[in-house]
Write a protein that binds this ligand. Structure first.
Ligand code: S3P
Length: 175
């Protein structure tokens, strides 16, 4: 089976930027669950939330993430997969992540995450109080399923990339 690095973490923790950078450095492919959902549905995440509601988005997300992970496992090449920040709230996704050895949590502080999440594309990042509540609610879920934790506070994408690659190499050399 090819190695699959799965990036989890809150909105604005840098999963997409870091995921692309790690993939580029390792010569692996990069897959972003939200991007695939947007392509499949022919509309943006915001439009899905607006027109169909969050519950419908979560069902679409469950299916997309499970399919993405199955496809990655069946491929020939290493893959970096970035999951939307709320994917871990789904029981099926959590179960699927439990046996995966390379689930990496990108940990960001609330203020940085909120500032980074203000690109108008995140329906759950509009209200700061709601954002804070979700941040607190999700923390346990992320920590419960992550095998690798990376503190991104004050670090550039390059630095986080180097740390993740270092951790992957440590893991493989000790096997
Ligand atoms: C969400 C995170 C988003 C996206 C959607 C919902 C969440 O992805 O899936 O807006 O519930 O945390 P990012 O974590 O990539 O921003």
């Amino acid at each position: 089976m090819p190695p699959i690095l799965i990036l989890i973490g809150f909105m604005g923790s840098g999963k997409t930027a870091v995921g692309k950078s790690v993939a580029l450095n390792l010569g692996w492919t990069f897959e972003d669950a939200d991007e695939l959902i947007e392509k499949d549905q022919g509309m943006s995440i915001s439009q899905i939330f607006q027109q169909r509601g969050e519950a419908a988005f979560r069902r679409i997300e469950e299916e997309a993430v499970l399919k993405l992970l199955d496809e990655a496992a069946g491929g020939a090449q290493g893959v970096v997969v970035s999951l939307g920040g709320g994917a871990v709230t789904n029981a099926m996704v959590l179960e699927r992540l439990k046996p995966e050895p390379l689930v990496a949590l990108l940990d960001a502080d609330l203020e940085t995450a909120f500032a980074r999440a203000q690109n108008g594309k995140r329906p759950l990042a509009r209200d700061p109080e709601r954002f804070r509540e979700l941040y607190i609610e999700r923390e346990k879920l992320y920590h419960g399923v992550a095998k690798v934790m990376v503190d991104t506070r004050g670090k550039s994408v390059e630095k986080v990339t180097a740390e993740i690659i270092g951790r992957l190499k440590e893991g493989t050399s000790s096997n």
